[in-house]
Design a protein around this ligand. Sequence first.
Ligand SMILES: [Zn+2]
Length: 275
Amino acid sequence: MVCMPESAFTLNQSRGLPFYSCRAFEELPGLRHGFSTRTGDGDNRPSRPFNLGYTEWDTAGRVDRNRRRFLSALSLPENPLFTLRQVHSNRVHIIKEMPAFWNPPEGDALLTRIEGVSIAVQSADCLPLLIADPQTNAVAAVHSGWRGTLLQIAAGTILSMKEVFRSDPKCLLVAMGPGIRSCCYEVGPEVFYLFDQKHPGAGLAVAASGHPGKFHLDLAKALKIELRAAGVEPQNIYDIGLCTCCNTDIFFSHRAEGARSGRMLAVIGRTETGP
Ligand SMILES: [Zn+2]
């Protein structure tokens, strides 16, 4: 495991599973959360990565088993876990009451205030965000790749938290997990220009040396601009700062590994505190 550039996150080990957590979240009563890694399946053989996404090369039974193990390591109930069919959209789903049946809808953010349920997004380069509101106990999980960032999925989630749960953005805590960083995120001019148009002069990309017409995009920086514009205080944004593509011994990276890449989960939920 690599050292983290910031100490706002902890690398934990629970029931044989390593996972990262954000210290600021750990102080909130009843709140459980974590960002998984690719390791944890038995003896950590590369051929048996700890995959938490329903990929073509893995079996649903094994993914289900891994998901239950991860929730158990986070001290969350093994069920129910709510996820989405992620489609790089700006669609936010709000779970207001316990669904009797959950057929994962298309979307890229989940939001709830119900105790005893867990919500999660999966990723393998795109940035996962977990959001906690210490005042209203609302929690959110957001999947934001370049398309979702341009569509402002994170800002849309915060707006929903304001509208539905009366959250004050100034009080929200945001944890940004592992994802592809500017060191490895080479994009074409069409993507660069979209970001440049959206945030002129923000310096979100630099020309890739040796690759004419290519740019290195800083997705995390774009997300922080979006979060601050949505009213989140800069000191409440915690970025793990780790690149998935640089660290394929720890994380899955679709850019580095292609279709054989697994998926990690960013999970958040609140335990039942009783009457
Ligand atoms: Zn990198």
